[in-house]
Design a protein around this ligand. Sequence first.
Ligand SMILES: Cc1cc2nc3c(=O)[nH]c(=O)nc-3n(C[C@H](O)[C@H](O)[C@H](O)COP(=O)(O)OP(=O)(O)OC[C@H]3O[C@@H](n4cnc5c(N)ncnc54)[C@H](O)[C@@H]3O)c2cc1C
Length: 552
Amino acid sequence: MQRNIEPVLVVGGGPVGLALAGDLGWRGMACLLIEQSDGSIYQPRMDLVGIRTMEFCRRWGLVGAVEASPYPRDYAQDNIYLTSMTGHELGRERFPGIGLAPPPTESPQRRERCPQNMFDPILRAFAQAQPTVRLRYRTRLVSFTQSADHVTATVENADTGEREEILAHTIVGCDGARSLVRETLGLAMRGNPVLTYTTNVIFRCPHLLSLHDKGKAYRHIFIGPEGTWSTIVAINGRDEWRFSIIGGAEQREYSKPEIEAAIRRAVGRDFDFEILSVLPWVRRELVAERYRNGRGFIAGDAAHVMSPTGGFGMNTGIGDAVDLSWKLTATLQGWGGDALLDSYSTERQPIGVRNVTEAAGNLRRMLSVDPHPDLLDDTPQGAATRDKVGREISETMRREWFTLGVHLGYRYEGSPICLSDGCAAPADNPRMYVPTARPGHRAPHAFLADGRSTLDLFGRGFTLLGFGADVAEAAPLLEAAKERKVPIGFTAIAEPLVAALYERRFVLVRPDGHVAWRGDRMPAEPLGVIDVVRGAAGSQAMAAGANARQFD
Ligand SMILES: Cc1cc2nc3c(=O)[nH]c(=O)nc-3n(C[C@H](O)[C@H](O)[C@H](O)COP(=O)(O)OP(=O)(O)OC[C@H]3O[C@@H](n4cnc5c(N)ncnc54)[C@H](O)[C@@H]3O)c2cc1C
């Protein structure tokens, strides 16, 4: 009997697995996602949905759902450095409520505060709404093997213990930091396995704001005579708070009375609260050397594990999912070349290293406060120390709070499926994003006369943009794409400001919204260009040739 082979088996229904399944479905691809739990969140971890992730949500039609999530949109997002909530305020970076801040000019979207217990259900509903996607909860991957033409996975029903085999063309491990898929594929992690042993506690206290005079803020960073020791964040903007004892490289377990005392120390007074959950975890700085082995891939925390300082973890993982999704689609639909899937690791692994490194740097900056035995002293010397510590930490921490460059400025430098046009890259600055249509970068946003963003033009296939050029002039590339069965559309853009931003008369944008090629005229060998961008060029030399020829 002929057995059914799933095109893609996604392991793990966290935000990255759900985004991958949803995006595959959005592209019309069939996939099966398995998740060992029932999908409920024991303790929400991520809560910052970054601006690039929101651009993907825009594409998927999810912006309304994120904006309608219960996190209060007028809740001030200040970050405060303080000795305790009732103690000395050392410094503050003010941010308005998420709904009160307009999007920056570089994007049609803004970052959002939408904790995991609110965001995962949005992604889950998105994935479930795709007719080609199936989600199976309470189903655990036990093991898998791969052969030349498929993967055989053994999965177990978490309720009955019953086991079955699933065959799939590809398997994608979105199964988190302790990924079984990664381990089975033999993909080694490199970096620092322990930055800190941290303990996170969610506690409920509806009247916390009335217990101190600091007003509404998202994050409180507590600094004692020993340095930075804990944080409290407004996890739902109402009655629940996440307290973190940052800890150090030594493993340490806290008893309930110790945790209660630590919360009271941070607040600075005795008060009533209810502990909802306690989660000890290890903060790491790790990235897999490669994201692929044969028919197996890894994405999200399975591929990179980073300190939450900066809020990059899930957002980096969703970037993985979008990069991998169109490449799997192209390959399974037959228009992707042999090298296309390899380019997933080539493009995304360096972004993993970049973001993991930035996140660890943020942690180091947060912990950079030296011990000051006189910090709490009610003396002129104590006041001078507080002033100095406040100024220094405020300055140091700005790098973590302003990260447009991290979220929008990543680029696939040297990618085998992008054709360099020889122009120099803008600096990769975590704070500053410099919009550019240089190949490898995210195609920049600009509003068109009809109110759409340029980003709204990109998605399921390639998009060839023509500035002062019509479809007849674009015919060679469009014909070449058609010959290779590569889905492509052409859009003429008349707005001079957008033309200036994109800098060339023709810009070819990939399904994930990154620029693959650009030039002022059609390439001499349009088939060569199409073969490079679909991952079918035999070698880098061919890529270089196709590129060089267009300057003939
Ligand atoms: C305190 C904290 C705050 C954070 N804040 C942010 C933030 O603001 N923004 C941000 O971007 N990131 C943040 N992060 C990081 C973010 O939470 C993670 O990067 C993100 O959850 C990773 O998503 P994932 O889908 O890759 O993995 P996970 O969320 O870990 O999901 C993996 C899933 O795979 C399932 N699974 C595992 N093994 C199997 C198996 N064998 N079979 C079937 N299913 C399996 C698990 O049950 C789980 O549901 C934070 C992290 C922490 C700790």
